[in-house]
Design a protein around this ligand. Sequence first.
Ligand code: NDP
Length: 312
Amino acid sequence: MEKIECLIIGSGPAGYTAAIYAARADMKPVLYQGMQPGGQLTTTNEVENFPGYPDGITGPAMMVELEAQAKRFDSDIRFGFINKVDFSGDLHKCWTEDGHEIHAETVIISTGASAKYLGLESEQKYLSNGGGVSACAVCDGFFYRGQEVVIVGAGDSACEEAHYLSKLCAKVTMLVRKEEFRASKIMSDRVKKVHNIEILFSTETLEVLGDGDVVTGVRAINTATKEEKTIPCTGFFVAIGHQPNTDIFKDYLHLDETGYIKYEEPGTSKTNVPGVFVAGDAADKTYRQAITAAGTGCMAALDAERYLAAKH
Ligand code: NDP
């Protein structure tokens, strides 16, 4: 059993920023990187909207830099993941996948969220090679300026992202699998009014088409008429929701109906368990940006430091 002051779970911008702040405050943080070291940004190509990188940087390169910055202040960065917690006592018990037990005075949860994908082989192919599949219009829309794109989804995110893309792209085709939107009326009405957004209801994606390197179109089917069509495009955006990685905390922390951790005190990183803080996408279904995750990572480390100072 290992006793520590600060355990950080997760290694996206939220976790690494928390580690930088916690280490500089001499809390000797231990950070477990989780299943996908570097988090969602490692599946992004170019990051152009993180301040401080005037020429842009790739997502994986940025995460290598954040990790190096955290290590510079002696954060203990470990490969592996936490798969069980017990937040019922004063010390927070956490276990790694190989059974190592950690008792932490403070825990910063930065486990993030995972974008949902359709699961088509062709979609995964052009996602993994950076050839034109994305789950984040704000991150990647800029690369499709003046081009035609397709977006799948019918919720508030899909409407918001379609609207965002319509300002950059020549044409946006929205594929909605049912006969109606799930999004709120105000959001769906907004996209219906935009001249360069075409909405195809009762339409499902069959295949993302490409030349082997980049996306060239989408083959879709109208499920009512069974008619198939090919829609030319260079970008395929998936906006069918995110899944926060919060399952192991559900017995102890207050989650909302979709699994996001609730902040106990708005404007802070506090959860309902004293000494347990949350940063990044595990509690954020609205902004989901690297810079907002980094900002809340900083808040969590400062809140943890103040919690320890008050306790000792
Ligand atoms: P939602 O879960 O609300 O919507 C997901 C959408 O994806 C649904 O329309 C669903 O279709 C569709 N979908 C799921 N699987 C597939 C599939 N395999 N093929 C095609 N379509 C699929 O997720 P969101 O990310 O949109 O929103 C999450 C939460 O965040 C919501 O509470 C939302 O209100 C909120 N939000 C609010 C915003 C705002 O107010 N500005 C902005 C963004 C999000 P179907 O309807 O057929 O089930």
